[in-house]
Design a protein around this ligand. Structure first.
Ligand SMILES: [Zn+2]
Ligand SMILES: [Zn+2]
Length: 176
């Protein structure tokens, strides 16, 4: 049976991961499975930036793909980047099998604010739906409330919904 496989990249909050798996099941109707052990991402560390190259992580995730994989979603608390950008919340293979999402900059503490676990969980869900949407061939959406709207700051995430707009939903269903 095909599953949505969640792969921790480095140490990840176990309760948050459980919650995410359940919430993504509610969205995609694909049973979630948490893979272990976590992938050790030290190979993707850029020493000067103290950030992890998301594209290199995506490449090394490929060995986890099996006949049971519907989609493989890497989850990390580490800060991700691609060379042309200061940081990324996540990266996905457009129309592919894998995506990775970071909650490093989804945490209020990152901005010097008090911890807010519910807000963090909701942001992580939205960004996970967003990256999985890319694996379903969805590109960025002009509807600012759609999960496929681009976000370059958490403020943009907070006005998004964790679901797709009607147009994106229709296109996602075609891709499944
Ligand atoms: Zn995107
Ligand atoms: Zn949309």
């Amino acid at each position: 049976m095909k599953r949505l496989q969640l792969l921790p990249i480095g140490p990840v909050d176990a309760l948050l991961l459980e919650w995410l798996g359940q919430s993504l099941y509610d969205k995609f109707r694909m049973q979630a499975e948490i893979l272990s052990p976590a992938l050790d991402p030290s190979f993707a560390l850029h020493a000067e930036r103290q950030q992890y190259h998301s594209s290199e992580i995506l490449v090394s995730m490929q060995r986890y793909i099996s006949g049971d994989t519907w989609r493989l979603l890497g989850i990390t608390q580490l800060d991700l980047y691609i060379p042309i950008l200061t940081f990324v919340f996540g990266e996905a293979q457009l129309g592919g099998t894998s995506a990775v999402v970071s909650y490093h900059r989804l945490q209020q503490e990152f901005y010097g604010l008090p911890q807010d676990k519910d807000l963090l969980a909701n942001r992580l869900l939205i960004e996970s739906v967003h990256e999985l949407g890319h694996t379903l061939r969805l590109t960025h959406c002009h509807d600012f409330q759609c999960a496929m709207a681009p976000s370059h700051a958490v403020e943009w995430i907070d006005i998004k919904d964790s679901g797709f707009c009607e147009d994106c939903l229709a296109r996602a269903l075609e891709a499944v």
